[in-house]
Each structure stands twice: as C-alpha cells, then as structure tokens.
Design a protein around this ligand. Structure first.
Ligand SMILES: [Zn+2]
Length: 362
C-alpha cells in the first residue's frame, strides 16, 4: 500500500508554523513568535537557530526589549530568505496535471500545464509517466542553476478510487530524479497550500472542501491539515444524504455526489439544479460532527459554486445561533493549486523529526 506523508503529528508542524508566522509578520522577534505560536521560548530558539544555520532565516535589525532600554538584551528581528529553498509541486487532476516551481515564500517561479487530452482514468501508468516526464524535464531545466536549493518533488493525486493507475510505478519513476518525494491526496495537498499560502489565520477547526473529480475535503486544526490514514481525504462526496437513491460507484447509495449530477469517478463534478443545497445539507452534518468554525471552498472545479454561494451561506449561517460558521473561498486559484503540492515538500523536509521525508511503501 502506498502511503503519503503523515501530516497529523502536531510536532511536525512547528517549523511550518514558525516559518509562516515570519513570512506573514516579518520583521518579528523570537519573543513575538513564542507569543503568537503558543510554542515555548526554548522550542522557538531551537527551531529558529537551526533555520538560521541552514540559511532559511536571517536576523535583520533589532529593537529594544520590552523592558525598555535598561531592561536587558535587544530583540533581534527575523526574516525569511524567499529563494533559499525551492520545491516542485505537481497536482494530478482528472484531465491533466499542473506543475510549478515555488520558493519557500510561496512565489511561483514557473508553472506548466500538461493536459492529458483524455481523462486520467483512461491513461495507463506509462502514459501518465510520459506526461509527467515532459513536464518535470521542463521544470528541472528551469531550476538547473539553483539545483542545491530544490528540496524535492511534491505530488497531489486523486485517491481512494484510483483509476487503473499503478501509483507505485509512478513513484518508482519519480525516484529516478534523486529528489525527495512527498505524496498526498490532492484535497489534502490543496488544504496544505491554503494553510501555508492562502487564507492563513481563520477560526479553527476549519473544513477545506475540494471540488475536483469528486468532492473531497480536509480537516484543518491548530496543528494544520490532518491527513487521514493511507492519505485519504474526508470523502465529502460520499456522505449519505438520503436513504436509498441510485447506487453510487463507491458501493453505497444516497451519496451526495449522486445528487449533484456526478455519477462516476471519471468525469468530475457537474452542476445541476440545487447542487449547493445538497452540498450545504451534507456540510451541516459534518460541521456539527466536528464543530467546524470555518468552511473554505477550493479545488479545480470550485467555480461550480459560483452564484450559489449565498445558498450555501444561508444553510451554514442558520446552523448555529451562537458562534456562526464562517464561509469563504480559498485564496489559491484553481490554476495555482500546485502550490499545495510544493507546500507538501517544505512541510515534510523541514520537519526532520519525522522518521522520513520520503513516503514509505509496504
Ligand atoms: Zn458513494
């Protein structure tokens, strides 16, 4: 079984939390980092010192400590060096893949779209590899002058109902590039992209809703996005919203995806009358179950929400009289979703206390 990265360890998020606070709020001191992150000052020191040593952070300037000019040491400010690390992020969708070279500050250096010309489900592993190969060669050419700065390749892929793709063969192929590999379901990688480079600080726990080949999701807690075992997403599209109903390709009946005009895994979400009413209905149960504070909408097909955002908002806003649920679109556009796969690389490679940055297979 192919396994993706384990995003569920809160400890593994500390470096990412520190880097992102610095990215958003620089110039910022160690003291402020501890206050904002909730991490202890010794933990902040260990992380910051290591990142400075590795050339990812730089100390820039200083200010008097809070105790005033007589109150002790001056506070040193920290800043992120944006081009100190690069990642290649690839998102595989049902009709093509998109790859991007991204720096650690979230700036896209180059982006390549590779349409399949057919559906993913109709490709063999060899055909997918050929498409990835063309794209990767172009991206690596772009980074050849800064090769030591490239931390790895991140891949977001559709899972649970994998079409007839031998992902192990794809993994073996990507291994030939000699870079570390990080994998996740594409809903999870897109949620990670939002957490690193998108909506930022929203009320938690949040639910990221991914409109793609189906409707997936990812829970985001204080520690960041949570990947389910075997790197599955939250299968929103298969929440039962009615007893009986047409049979679903998952084996169940009454699944949400069957009420929004999506009858098989190949052709993606299509919009029908009342689509968002059904989505809202399914979300209501999930929001109660997990006490969700914010719902974030994203994914390659997010445009199907369109003018029906009000309908969705109405369903969710009526859900809790106290502490209403926030609803927003993600900030990462469908074209830039490869940012999430790149964030996967930074997340896994900066957290060395994980056993391995490379996925394990068994
Ligand atoms: Zn189903």
């Amino acid at each position: 079984m192919l396994q993706g990265v384990n995003l569920s360890l809160v400890k593994a998020h500390n470096e990412a939390v520190v880097i992102n606070l610095i990215r958003r709020r620089a110039p910022i001191s160690r003291y402020e980092l501890a206050e904002l992150s909730g991490l202890t000052p010794p933990t902040i020191s260990v992380i910051v010192n290591r990142l400075v040593l590795e050339g990812i952070l730089v100390e820039s300037g200083s200010a008097p400590s809070r105790g005033g000019s007589l109150g002790g040491r001056r506070r040193r400010y920290l800043a992120l060096l944006p081009d100190s690390r690069l990642a290649i992020g690839i998102l595989v969708n049902r009709t093509g893949c998109v790859g991007a070279v991204v720096n650690i500050a979230g700036s896209v250096q180059t982006i390549v779209n590779q349409p399949f010309g057919t559906y993913l489900a109709e490709l063999s592993a060899q055909q997918l590899i050929a498409g990835l190969d063309r794209m990767l060669r172009g991206l690596l050419e772009h980074t050849s002058h800064v090769k030591p700065h490239v931390m790895g390749i991140g891949l977001g892929v559709p899972t649970w109902y994998p079409p007839d793709i031998d992902w192990q063969m794809v993994v073996n192929y990507l291994g030939q590039y000699g870079l570390s590999l990080s994998f996740a379901n594409n809903a999870v990688s897109a949620a990670l992209g939002e957490w690193w480079y998108g909506v930022g600080e929203v009320a938690l726990p949040a639910l990221y809703v991914f409109f793609g080949g189906g409707i997936g999701g990812c829970l985001i807690t204080r520690g960041g996005p949570v990947a389910m075992p075997e790197f599955r997403p939250v299968e929103l599209g298969h929440l039962g919203i009615a007893s009986g109903g047409p049979p679903c390709y998952c084996g169940g009946q009454g699944c949400l995806e069957n009420f929004i005009g999506h009858a098989d895994e190949h052709h993606g979400v299509t919009k029908q009358h009342n689509t968002m009413q059904y989505v809202g209905y399914a979300l209501r149960s999930l929001c109660h179950l997990l006490n969700i504070q914010t719902v974030i909408l994203g994914g390659p097909e997010v445009t199907i929400v369109g003018e029906d955002l009000d309908e969705l908002n109405m369903q969710l806003s009526g859900l809790r009289r106290i502490d209403p649920i926030g609803l927003c679109f993600g900030r990462i556009s469908p074209e830039n979703l490869a940012l999430g796969a790149a964030a996967l690389v930074f997340q896994t490679n900066l957290t060395r206390h994980l056993d391995s940055a490379v996925p394990e297979y068994h």
